[in-house]
Design a protein around this ligand. Structure first.
Ligand code: UDX
Length: 485
C-alpha cells in the first residue's frame, strides 16, 4: 500500500519505519527543513533504539522516502492512506490543535477521492467531534468527494517504540466517518501484520481510550508514590509491598515503581490537559487533579531530601545522576531532573549533572543557566556534598560506590528511582535515602574504617523479609540513626 505520514516526530518516524518494515511504500512528509536535512543525511533527529538502523535500511531499499511539505502534492495524490502525526500539545500543559488544523488544511484537498485519512496524533475529544465538518468542508471547497476519516492512536513507549509498534498489545481504530467501512478495512489490512487484537470504536471513544490508558498509567504511578509515603512512615519497602500485591491479577505489577514521578511528552501533559479542560468545562475530576499534584510533590520531596542532607553546609554542591525523563531516550521533555536541578540551584546549591546521553546533557545545560555538566558519574560526584539519582540508567546500578565515596565530600545518596542497591551504597559509607524504602532510611552508613554501629540490613533485597527484621528496623528508626550529610 502507498502510505504518506505527515510529521516525522517520534510518532511519525516510528510509524513510517514500522510500515516500511511491513512492506508498504511510505513517504514521510516533514515541514521542518532542518529535520528533513538531518534525515536525508542519515541522522535521526532523536535517539530511539533500533530506529536508526530500520530507517536506513528502508531508505536504501526505496520503501521509505522523505519529502518537504511544499513538495508533497504528488505523493499525497498517489496515497491510499494519509496519516497525520503532528504534535497536539503546547508544551505548557495545554492542547494545541492549530498545527493539526493547518496540516489538514494543506493535505486534505490534495488527497485522492478513494484515499483514507487517518489521524494518529492524540486529539482532544471535542476536536475529534469537529473533524467531519472540517474535512468535508475542505473537500467540498475543492470540488472533491468525501473521504473516510479514522483515528489510529499510538501506544508506543520511548525507548521501545519500534518494538511497541511492530508488536502492540492492541491496535485501536476510531471511526470518525466511514460509512462504507473502506477506511476500517484498509487499516485492518495494514495491521494484520501486527498479529494483535484490533479494536474498532467510534472516534471519540478511541481518543478517550488513548487518553484513558495514559491517565490510568499516571494514576498508578501517583498511587504507588502515595503508597511509598505509607511505607516510609511505617517502615516497609514499597517494592516488597508491590511484589505481594502484584500476584492479584486485578492489580498486576507494572507501572508501580515509586520515585520522582512521571515525566516525558505524554503522561504529564495528558494529565494536565485533561484536568485543565475539565475545569474550563465545569467538570470535577478530583482523582486526576490529585495525580498531578502527587507527581509534582515527588520532585519537591526529592529536592527536600537533598537539601536536608546538606543542611548547615554554606555552599553545598550536589551531583545529579541522570537528566533524561527515563533511560534509553535523549528526551528531556518534562524531565523531572530539569525541575529538580532548577529548584536546587534556586535554593543555593551548585549542581553538577551527568547523563550517559551526552547530547541531552548539553541541551539541559542550555535550558538551565548555572547547571554544570560532567563527562562521567565520577566527575559529577567529585567533591559534592550530596548525590541524587534521577534517571535509572543501567550504568548507575553498576557504579563503584567505594570509589565514589573516596571522591565525594559528603555522604548522602538520594535514590529518586529506587534503582540502587542500598547494600552497595551503604557499605561504601554513604547514607541512603529513597522513596518508600522506609525501612532502609533507618540504616546509617557503615563506617568505612570500622564496625557498623547499627544493624545493617543488607541481606534481603530480593528475599521476602520477616516480621522480625521489620521490628529491628523500626527500633533503628526510633533511635534516630538517619545519617547526616
Ligand atoms: C507513555 C506511554 O507509556 C505510552 O503508551 C504512550 O504511547 C506515550 O506515553 P513514554 O512517555 O515513552 O510512554 O514513557 P513511559 O515508559 O510510560 O514512562 C513515563 C514516565 O513514568 C517516565 O518518567 C518513567 O520514569 C515514569 N514511571 C514509569 C514511573 O515513575 N514509575 C513507573 O512505574 C513507570
Amino acid at each position: 500500500m502507498r502510505i504518506s505520514i505527515v510529521g516525522l516526530g517520534y510518532v511519525g518516524l516510528v510509524t513510517s519505519a514500522g510500515l516500511s518494515e511491513w512492506g508498504h511504500d511510505v513517504v514521510g512528509i516533514e515541514a521542518s527543513p532542518s529535520r528533513l536535512d538531518s534525515l536525508r543525511a542519515g541522522r535521526m533527529p532523536f535517539f530511539e533504539p533500533a530506529l536508526d538502523e530500520m530507517v536506513q535500511r528502508h531508505t536504501q531499499n526505496g520503501r521509505f522516502r522523505f519529502v518537504g511539505s511544499e513538495d508533497a502534492e504528488d505523493d499525497l495524490v498517489a496515497s491510499d492512506i494519509v496519516m497525520v502525526a503532528v504534535g497536539t500539545h503546547d508544551g505548557k500543559g495545554g492542547w494545541e490543535t492549530a498545527t493539526a488544523t493547518a496540516a489538514l488544511t494543506r493535505i486534505v484537498p490534495a488527497m485522492a477521492d478513494d484515499a483514507v485519512l487517518v489521524v494518529r496524533s492524540t486529539l482532544p475529544p471535542d476536536f475529534v467531534a469537529s473533524l467531519p465538518d472540517l474535512v468535508h468542508e475542505l473537500r467540498r471547497q475543492h470540488g472533491k468527494m468525501a473521504i473516510p476519516i479514522l483515528l489510529n492512536p499510538e501506544f508506543t513507549r520511548e525507548g521501545r517504540a519500534v518494538r511497541d509498534f511492530l508488536h502492540p498489545d492492541r491496535v485501536v481504530l476510531g471511526v470518525i466517518d466511514d460509512p462504507e467501512e473502506v477506511g476500517v478495512g484498509r487499516l485492518q489490512d495494514v495491521y494484520v501484520a501486527a498479529e494483535a487484537p484490533i479494536v474498532v470504536l467510534p472516534g471519540v471513544a478511541a481518543t478517550l481510550s488513548k487518553l484513558g490508558a495514559n491517565l490510568f498509567l499516571a494514576t498508578k504511578i501517583s498511587f504507588v508514590n502515595e503508597l511509598a509515603v505509607l511505607c516510609d512512615r511505617y517502615g516497609a519497602d514499597v517494592d516488597e509491598v508491590v511484589s505481594a500485591m502484584a500476584f492479584d491479577a486485578r492489580i498486576g505489577g507494572a507501572f508501580l515503581r515509586a520515585g520522582v514521578g512521571f515525566g516525558g511528552s505524554c503522561l504529564p501533559h495528558q494529565v494536565t490537559m485533561t484536568v485543565r479542560t475539565a475545569v474550563e468545562e465545569g467538570l470535577h475530576l478530583p482523582l486526576l487533579t490529585a495525580v498531578d499534584e502527587v507527581n509534582h510533590r515527588q520532585r519537591a520531596r526529592f529536592v527536600d531530601l537533598v537539601m536536608e542532607s546538606v543542611d548547615g553546609i554554606e555552599s553545598p554542591r550536589v551531583a545529579l545522576l541522570g537528566l533524561t525523563f527515563k533511560p534509553d531516550t535523549d528526551d528531556l521533555r518534562d524531565a523531572p531532573a530539569l525541575t529538580i536541578a532548577e529548584e536546587l540551584l534556586r535554593r543555593g546549591a551548585a549542581v553538577r549533572a551527568y547523563d550517559p546521553m551526552s547530547s541531552a546533557a548539553r541541551r539541559a545545560a542550555e535550558f538551565i543557566p548555572g547547571l554544570e555538566i560532567a563527562g562521567s558519574a565520577a566527575e559529577a560526584v567529585d567533591g559534592v556534598h550530596a548525590i541524587g539519582l534521577v534517571t535509572e540508567w543501567p550504568e548507575f546500578s553498576a557504579l563503584d560506590w567505594n570509589g565514589l565515596h573516596e571522591l565525594a565530600a559528603g555522604t548522602t545518596v538520594v535514590d529518586g528511582r529506587n534503582a540502587l542497591s542500598p547494600t552497595a551504597v551503604t557499605q561504601a559509607g554513604f547514607a541512603y535515602r529513597a522513596f518508600g524504602r522506609g525501612s532502609l532510611d533507618a540504616v546509617a552508613a557503615v563506617p568505612v574504617d570500622g564496625e557498623a554501629t547499627v544493624p545493617i540490613r543488607i541481606e534481603s533485597e530480593v528475599q521476602p523479609r520477616s516480621h522480625d527484621r521489620g521490628t529491628s528496623t523500626r527500633r533503628a528508626a526510633d533511635a534516630d540513626l538517619r545519617q547526616p550529610a
